[in-house]
Design a protein around this ligand. Structure first.
Ligand SMILES: *Cc1c(COP(=O)(O)O)cnc(C)c1O
Length: 364
């Protein structure tokens, strides 16, 4: 009788770098003021919810979605200044687009690079796809150290560079001249991640039409559609045609296509909510600055990063008072004693500041 090999276990079969990962952490927010995930706090504009209800009710969910999602791409072009010569690739959130890009270039030894601190999915997806991750630290004020970035590009020769502007979790945007220098020095693709474009003054959507190795990625998650999961990539047709081969068919579902197409035709209403959040961001920054010992960093996004003594204990104090923010104080040495708060409704912002003041007083 031949001996059967021992059956595989997760520990024996799964790649060691996957075993070493911790899953992307999503905090339980039930019953809390949720200011941890950069969601738009406002419900759908008046009348639109009912209209969407009817549209979604009539959507043919028994059929596969339109594979090219042309109506939705047309709506994106009507709402935003996508350069005429560029194509659009849609993702199930921009997270999926990061993964598509990495899968496309992940030869053995290939490097995915970014800045540090930044959005954690860049590093995670490098691991998922077997790429090596390299990053260049920001300066202590979170500005870009351009010379250091250029040295990193020279040393690592990355196939793929992600540059979020404004950056998450720091909130600051980067200068166009710096982005263009990085594009010129990048031996591979530079992906400018404009997840927070709606809350600042810059747009880099024009770059892919001018610079041959630049793509721009955006998401509607921060603009009020986080639940729909829709991100997109803008770039030269030659790049996007290759990436499209790796996109799973029907990655954007029928309900998302119908809802987002309709919502984008009311883009002004969404932009108005973003404008309200921008105005409330500066009020929230003022209220935070009034708390002694607090440093608030400039933000072009729908969140604020602030430093406050004993941040981790204050995070717990806020949670105990029903307010959930993001504790990034242990995510990177530059973020020591930093918390990140999403701009909420005026009432939520007031509740957050009151809870923070109480938590500070509690610590004595
Ligand atoms: C939120 C975020 C994304 C991902 O958004 P999706 O919800 O997956 O579209 C991408 N990049 C940055 C910098 C983000 O903060």
């Amino acid at each position: 009788m031949s001996a059967h090999p021992a059956p595989a276990t997760p520990q024996s079969l799964i790649r060691p770098e996957v075993l070493a990962l911790s899953a992307y952490h999503v905090a339980d927010a039930s019953g809390m003021v949720k200011l941890d995930a950069m969601e738009n706090p406002y419900p759908l504009p008046e009348g639109l919810a009912a209209e969407l209800g009817a549209l979604l009710g009539a959507a043919p969910i028994n059929r596969y979605p339109a594979a090219d999602a042309q109506a939705l791409k047309d709506a994106i072009r009507r709402a935003l200044d996508v350069p005429a010569g560029c194509d659009i690739l849609l993702g199930n959130g921009s997270d999926e687009i990061i993964q598509l890009l990495a899968m496309a270039v992940a030869r053995p030894g290939a490097v995915l690079a970014s800045i540090d601190p930044t959005f954690v999915m860049f590093r995670m997806i490098a691991t998922f796809t077997g790429m090596r991750y390299a990053s260049c630290p920001l300066r202590a004020d979170f500005s870009l150290d351009l010379d250091a970035v250029l040295r990193m590009l020279e040393a690592e020769r990355p196939a793929l560079v992600f540059l979020p502007t404004p950056n998450n979790p720091t909130g600051n945007p980067f200068a166009r001249a710096d982005i263009e220098r990085i594009a010129a020095a990048t031996p591979g693709l530079l992906v400018v991640d404009e997840a927070y474009y709606a809350f600042g003054d810059s747009s880099f959507l024009d770059l892919p039409a001018r610079l041959p190795n630049v793509l721009v990625m955006r998401t509607f998650s921060k603009l009020g559609m986080a639940g729909l999961r829709l991100g997109f990539l803008v770039g030269a047709p030659a790049w996007l045609a290759e990436l499209d081969k790796l996109r799973l068919p029907y990655n954007v579902n029928v309900l998302t296509q119908v809802a987002a197409t309709r919502l984008l035709d009311s883009y002004d209403a969404l932009a108005a909510q973003a404008a309200t959040l921008r105005a409330d961001r500066s009020k929230l920054a003022d209220a935070l600055r009034a708390i002694p010992g607090t440093e608030v960093f400039p933000s072009d996004a729908n969140f604020l990063l602030f430093r406050i003594p004993r941040a981790a204990a204050l995070f717990d104090g806020l949670a105990a008072r029903g307010v959930l923010v993001k504790n990034v104080s242990r995510a990177h040495p530059l973020l020591a004693d930093c918390l990140r708060v999403t701009v909420g409704t005026p009432a939520e912002n007031v509740r957050f500041v009151a809870a923070l003041r109480e938590a500070v007083a509690d610590l004595g």
